[in-house]
Design a protein. Structure first.
Length: 95
């Protein structure tokens, strides 16, 4: 039986890019033979709502993670860690 699968994928535009799947959602297959015809659309609507409310937060979270990582990298490049400064615990050099 066939079903639909939704994939949240991170796609990098810079070569060499390796796409990264962030999340996968499988919509359940609908067996029309086991459902009364007058309830199929109601069932489909309920399933769509349930899966949709699970997909959207995960998609937004993936976007926020990308933005956060990029901002953190930009910050690290602007303010690299400085070398530790020698204070009283350092040995004197030849004087």
């Amino acid at each position: 039986m066939r079903h639909i699968q939704g994939i949240i994928r991170e796609v990098d535009d810079q070569p060499p890019a390796a796409d990264k799947d962030r999340a996968t959602f499988n919509l359940p297959a609908i067996d029309l033979a086991t459902m009364p015809p007058h309830t199929v659309l109601d069932h489909l609507e309920a399933t769509t709502h349930e899966i949709g409310t699970a997909i959207l937060p995960r998609m937004l979270q993936a976007q926020w993670e990308l933005v956060d990582a990029e901002l953190a990298e930009q910050y690290r490049q602007r303010f690299p860690p400085s070398a530790p400064q020698c204070r009283r615990t350092c040995r004197r050099t030849g004087r």
